[in-house]
Design a binder for this molecule. Structure first.
Ligand code: NAD
Ligand code: HSE
Ligand code: NA
Length: 430
């Protein structure tokens, strides 16, 4: 493919608008870097009159985004609509069938259908590029698929959702409430169209499924991921964590274990000594442990117009240059099956937050429940906050056998002096 590279963009929202602006603003730099002029020739977007800060009046406007696949003036289809099925999926399938390269930022679609789409793209001999789908502007897919391709990856973990990291950071720094800070993240264009995907950990799990596939050479298995979100993390937990020398982060963790590949997304107590504890705001981070390279930490903005547009346009440049790596890092026939090992949380250290009545013997009852189930407590913090209300009590444990921990928690939850369900956050020694 030579001459001008003609782009069709579906979706002109936060990311699509940013891509159109970046292609306009950096046209000369991009042409110099790939030896071709890249121009937008067709778009499909709702609300044609909406001002996106870029003049697209010369483009062909399609009412049906799927028509971009058959548009003779489009060489590359860029899908920035979102959604794990429907038009986004049909557009990508039609583009591949038409022999057109595809660039997408759609982690939901790839997490659920990425293996099938990768096989279709490889069969058709066309690129399916998705750098923007994982960790926004951080080039983590290219790092794993190219820069680290000579390594065996043992574990990847990271902060994969900018909205949650922005919420946890801002709540801790300002004391503002969850709902208030989430509204900010939406205004800033960080959150998904349905923000429950962010706060319930689903978006991070979408990305972890893709990361795991590329890192460990296996088919995607989103359904196998253990997922918890951040709704139950309170301002109290954030303050206690700081006092105890931790930061609370929503982490995605995938690693090779003796019973297969484990994949999990949940809030974690991260020691302040760990670099990832200091990745704040909308920033993401991906920590790769591999041989022979050792540890690699990549960090950058994981959401927002500019960082995401940067990743989308990088994929367009690769296509302009004729770069074409296997979609998931390996030819589909070489991918291992995707099934995920059951959650191997047999041992772990935990932070437990209780809300108890201010009455004699409460701590003794709690301690007895832990003692009788062989759970070793490391620290106990009790701070009377509201004289008329329940008292927060925070306990951290040493590494302990999880079954005993769960028996102790059940016994504690049944105590008449415990007025709310105990809240647990796993302490991750990263
Ligand atoms: N916002 C981010 O920081 C970010 C980062 C990485 C990846 N993504 C992904 O990029 C994609 C787009 O995200 P966004 O933040 O730009 O969302 P958005 O809601 O701002 O934009 C999506 C746009 O697509 C339009 N649209 C929806 N259905 C359409 C259809 N059938 N035909 C034409 N237009 C249609 C909507 O009107 C909207 O303008 C999603 O898959 C998202 O998960 C977003
Ligand atoms: N809603 C996503 C956008 C980037 O994928 C996030 O907050 O990380
Ligand atoms: Na990325």
């Amino acid at each position: 493919m030579s001459g001008d590279l003609r782009i069709g963009i579906a979706g002109l929202g936060t990311v699509g608008g940013g891509v159109a602006k970046l292609l306009r603003d950096q046209a000369d730099l991009l042409a110099a870097r790939c030896g071709r002029t890249i121009r937008v020739t067709a778009v499909a977007a709702r609300d044609k009159a909406k001002d996106r800060g870029v003049d697209l009046s010369a483009c062909r406007w399609h009412d049906d985004a799927r028509a971009l696949a058959g548009d003779p003036d489009v060489d590359v289809v860029v899908e920035l609509i979102g959604g794990s099925d429907g038009v986004a999926r049909e557009l990508i399938e039609a583009a591949i069938a038409a022999g057109k390269p595809v660039v997408t930022a759609n982690k939901a679609l790839l997490a659920l259908h990425g293996t099938v789409l990768a096989k279709a793209a490889e069969t058709a001999g066309v690129p399916l590029a998705y750098e923007a789908a994982v960790a926004g502007g951080i080039p983590v897919i290219k790092a794993l698929r190219e820069g680290l391709a000579a390594n065996r990856v043992k574990r990847v973990h990271g902060i994969l959702n900018g909205t949650c990291n922005y919420i946890l950071t801002t709540m801790r720094e300002t004391g503002r409430e969850f709902a208030d800070v989430l509204a900010d993240a939406q205004k800033l264009g960080y959150a998904e169209a349905d923000p429950s995907f962010d706060v319930d950990g689903i978006d991070a799990a979408h990305k972890l499924a893709i990361l795991s596939s590329v890192a460990f050479g296996r088919e995607l298995d989103f359904a196998g991921i253990h997922v918890e979100g951040i709704r139950h993390v309170s301002a109290l937990d954030l303050a206690f964590a700081e006092q105890l020398g931790y930061r609370i982060k929503l982490l995605g963790i995938a690693g090779v274990t003796d019973h297969g590949i484990e994949q999990r997304v949940h809030p974690c107590m991260v020691p302040l000594a760990a670099p990832i504890a200091h990745v704040e705001g909308v920033f993401n981070a991906v920590f790769v442990e591999a041989e022979p390279v050792g540890n690699v930490l990549l960090t950058g903005r994981g959401a927002g117009e500019g960082p995401t547009a940067s990743a989308v346009v990088a994929d367009i440049l690769d296509i302009a240059r004729g770069h074409h790596a296997p979609v998931l890092g390996l030819p589909p026939s070489r991918l291992a099956p995707g099934e995920t090992a059951p959650m191997g949380r047999h041992y772990g250290a935990y932070y437990i937050r209780l809300m108890v009545k201010d009455q004699p013997g409460v701590i003794a009852d709690v301690a007895a429940a832990f003692r009788d189930n062989a759970v070793s407590m490391e620290s106990v913090l009790q701070q009377a906050r509201d004289p008329s209300g329940p008292v927060p009590v925070v306990i951290t444990t040493h590494e302990t056998e999880e079954a005993g921990m769960m028996r102790a928690i059940q016994r504690i939850a049944a105590l008449g002096s415990v007025v709310e369900p105990p809240r647990l956050i796993r302490i991750e020694a990263l």
